[in-house]
Design a protein around this ligand. Structure first.
Ligand code: DOR
Ligand code: ZN
Length: 344
């Protein structure tokens, strides 16, 4: 096949950061995607409608002229988020989800949730107004092995929570295990999941191939091969509960290549191209458009995009790095590697 034309895809999970970096990061998304669910884990986090509106404007200011791109904002759930906050957020028409970071689970999650079961009235309000809970599904107990944290969260939090609130709309973000993915399949249509490129491409051994590779460190961490294979099988099946969410999470080269490197993979500069390669390698290129352009919009109850993008089969090399601000560089996913699907 020489070219693929797709309904313009959406990215249902991204980190844009803030400040000068927005001008470097946002354009990569705006060229490829129609919309993106924007994560609220800034410093300080986006906990109020006012914060979200101000942040939205800064993101909009970073969209290059002529790009057909809309940021969809989220709120960062804290132990203080009230049912009234939820009703106001919904009424504004500008908030598309509320993000649950278990406190201490990942980057800028310190202000996150320490006891989700104490927030049942807030979650009930979300159920009432139809605002989805976007979950970083990992337990934070240091005694739990880092590779088992998603599976433990499924048992300790997701299952009991959905027993109490069976109609809560939930997105299990960046699903990494067969256990969680199988749960989504059995849960019914109000539970969906985003899938990153890295969790379809790599397993945990890849982090250590030829030496430690900090650019493959993200959270939830890459898992065993059997989990990667199950995720590939599911997306290739065209299951509508699974949709594109890159979790592109830029950190400077300096912060990644450090004695205590940050978690996050910057996939924005080649995201849709890499997903195309993955679906092609799975023999499921015809399922790419559903995953990238339809399933997420349908899940969120939003119209599908009307415009299109085209990828051509023409090799290109992903740049070694991109500038982040005037001091720092960003190393992208697939840096210096050749991809054969190229965005027109
Ligand atoms: O790898 C990650 N990076 N996982 C997250 O949950 C957060 C993200 C970030 O913000 O850097
Ligand atoms: Zn994320």
């Amino acid at each position: 096949m020489k070219q693929i034309t797709l309904t313009r895809p959406d990215d249902w999970h991204v980190h844009f950061r803030d400040g000068d970096a927005l001008g470097e990061i946002v354009p990569h998304h705006a060229r490829r995607f129609g919309r993106a669910i924007v994560m609220p884990n800034l410093k300080p986090p986006v906990t109020s409608l006012n914060d979200a509106m101000a942040y939205r404007q800064r993101v909009v200011d970073a969209i290059p002229a002529g790009c057909d791109f809309t940021p969809l904002m989220t709120l960062y759930l804290t132990q203080k988020t009230s049912p009234e906050d939820i009703e106001n957020a919904k009424q504004s028409g500008m908030i598309y989800g509320v993000k649950l970071y278990p406190a201490g689970a990942t980057t800028n999650s310190d202000a996150g949730v320490t006891d989700i079961f104490a927030l049942l009235p807030t979650l009930q309000a979300m159920t009432n107004v139809g605002l989805p809970l976007l979950i970083h599904a990992e337990v934070t107990d240091p005694a739990v092995d880092v590779f088992d944290r998603e599976k433990s969260f499924l048992e300790q939090v997701v299952k009991p929570l959905l027993e109490k609130l069976p109609d809560l709309k939930v997105v299990l973000e960046h699903v990494t295990t067969a256990d969680m993915a199988n749960f989504v399949i059995d849960a019914g249509g109000h539970v969906g999941a985003t899938v990153t490129p890295q969790h379809l491409l790599y397993n945990r051994s890849d982090i250590f191939r030829g030496g430690i590779n900090p650019h493959l460190y993200c959270l939830p961490i890459l898992k065993r091969e059997q989990h990667r294979e199950r995720l590939c099988e599911i997306v290739a099946s065209g299951d509508p509960r699974f949709f594109l969410g890159t979790d592109s999470a830029p950190h400077s080269q300096h912060a990644k290549e450090s004695a205590c490197g940050c978690a996050g993979i910057f996939s924005a500069p080649c995201a849709i191209e890499v997903y195309a390669e993955i679906f092609e390698s799975l023999g499921a290129l015809e399922k790419l458009e559903g995953f990238a352009s339809f399933h997420g919009a349908d899940f969120y109850g939003l119209p599908r995009n009307e415009s299109q993008i085209t990828l051509i089969n023409k090799p290109w090399t992903v740049p070694e790095s991109f500038p982040m601000d005037n001091k720092n560089q960003l190393i992208p996913l697939k840096a210096n590697e050749t991809l054969h699907w190229q965005l027109v």
